[in-house]
Design a protein around this ligand. Structure first.
Ligand SMILES: Nc1ncnc2c1ncn2[C@@H]1O[C@H](COP(=O)(O)OP(=O)(O)O)[C@@H](O)[C@H]1O
Ligand SMILES: [Mg+2]
Length: 314
C-alpha cells in the first residue's frame, strides 16, 4: 500500500516573535512634573514583517521605538528581541547588539556633514571593525542599489533631501541588520520622494528578509506595512492587518500589475484632502546627539580604539 505522503506534512509550528514587548510603560520626570509617554504596551512583531506604528504627534511612537532599540530604559515592563531582554542589557552589550542587529533611518537623515556618501554609508561597517577596502566596496554597492551611483563622492550639503535620505537608507541596510527602525523617514520629503523612499525601504527589507518598523503620523505611509499598530496616549489602541494591501497584492498576482481605478488618485493629486493639524517636524531632531552616536556607531564615537582601528576621526 502506498503511503499517503500528505499525511506526513505537518503544519509548521507557530512562529515566535522576533520582538516581544510586555506591559511596557515609560514616565518621564521633568522636575516635579511626570509625563507619561507609554502606558502598558504589549506587542509582538515577527521576522520579515513590515510594521507601522501610527499615531499623532506626542502619542509615544518615538519613545516606543527608542525603547525597542535599547536607547532608553523603560519605567516598567520588558522588551525581548530574538530572546534577549533588551531592557536588562548593559550599555556595552547593547552597543554590540545594535551594531549587529539594528539599522536606523531618521527623519532628518542625520548624515555626518564632513563625510561623503561612501563614508557615511560605510560608517556602521567601520565601527564593526571592517577594513576600509571592503567597507568602501560594500558602501558603493549599496549606493548603486539606492540609485546614487553618480553621487558617491558628494557630501550631504551637495545632495537633495531625497538623495540624503537614500544615503540614510543605504547606511541603515548596509550591514544587513535583522531589524531596521525608521522614525518618520519621509517627514521632510515631498510626496513623490516619499513614495520612492518608502518603496525602496520596503523592497530592501523584503529582499533581505528583514523586519522593518516605520514610525509615522501619516496614514498614507502606513499603507506600506503588513500590520499597523495604532498608538494613542501611549497605548496601542488598535492593531490591524493591512487588508487593502493584501487585496492589492492578490489582484496583482491574479491580473498582473495593479491599476488604480479612476477615483483613486495619486498622493500628490490629493488636493481635496486637507490634513488638519498636520504636525511640522521641520528641523526637529528625532533623537539627541548622544543617541545618534549610539545608533550610528553602536558604541561611543569618542572611543580611542575605534578611531585608531578604523582610521576614522569624526
Ligand atoms: N526626553 C523626554 N523628556 C520628557 N518628556 C518626553 C521626552 N521624550 C518624549 N517626551 C514626552 O512623551 C510623550 C511622547 O513623546 P514621543 O514618543 O516623542 O511622541 P511621538 O514620537 O509620537 O511624537 C510626549 O508627551 C512627549 O512630550
Ligand atoms: Mg516622534
Amino acid at each position: 500500500m502506498t503511503e499517503n505522503i500528505n499525511e506526513k506534512i505537518t503544519e509548521s509550528p507557530p512562529l515566535s516573535p522576533l520582538i516581544k514587548i510586555r506591559n511596557l510603560s515609560k514616565v518621564y520626570v521633568l522636575g516635579k512634573e511626570k509625563i507619561p509617554a507609554l502606558d502598558g504596551v504589549n506587542l509582538d512583531i515577527y521576522e520579515n514583517e513590515i510594521c507601522c506604528l501610527l499615531g499623532t504627534s506626542g502619542s509615544g511612537k518615538s519613545t516606543l521605538l527608542n525603547m525597542m532599540a535599547g536607547l532608553e530604559k523603560p519605567t516598567r515592563g520588558k522588551i525581548y528581541i530574538d530572546g534577549h531582554q533588551v531592557d536588562k542589557m548593559s550599555e556595552r552589550k547593547l552597543a554590540l547588539f545594535r551594531q549587529k542587529e539594528m539599522g536606523f533611518v531618521f527623519q532628518s537623515y542625520n548624515l555626518l556633514p564632513n563625510l561623503n556618501a561612501i563614508d557615511n554609508v560605510g560608517l556602521p561597517l567601520a565601527f564593526s571593525g571592517m577594513k576600509k577596502s571592503l567597507r568602501v566596496k560594500k558602501a558603493k554597492n549599496m549606493l548603486k542599489k539606492v540609485g546614487l551611483g553618480k553621487r558617491m563622492k558628494h557630501k550631504p550639503t551637495q545632495m537633495s533631501g531625497g538623495q540624503q535620505q537614500r544615503v540614510g537608507i543605504a547606511r541603515a541596510f548596509v550591514a544587513k541588520p535583522k531589524i531596521v527602525f525608521a522614525d518618520e523617514p519621509t517627514g521632510n520629503l515631498d510626496s513623490k520622494t516619499t513614495i520612492e523612499v518608502m518603496e525602496m525601504m520596503v523592497d530592501m527589507a523584503r529582499k533581505n528578509h528583514q523586519t522593518l518598523i516605520v514610525v509615522t503620523h501619516d496614514e498614507e505611509i502606513a499603507e506600506y506595512a503588513d500590520r499597523i499598530f495604532h498608538i494613542k496616549d501611549g497605548k496601542i489602541d488598535n492593531t490591524f492587518k493591512n487588508l487593502a494591501k493584501d487585496k492589492r497584492l492578490a489582484q496583482e498576482a491574479q491580473y498582473g500589475q495593479y491599476i488604480p481605478p479612476d477615483n483613486e488618485k495619486q498622493p500628490d493629486e490629493r488636493t481635496d484632502e486637507i490634513i488638519k493639524d498636520k504636525p511640522s517636524f521641520e528641523n526637529m531632531p528625532i533623537i539627541n546627539k548622544e543617541k545618534l552616536e549610539k545608533v550610528l556607531a553602536g558604541a561611543d564615537l569618542n572611543r580611542k580604539d575605534s578611531e585608531n582601528k578604523n582610521g576614522l576621526s569624526l
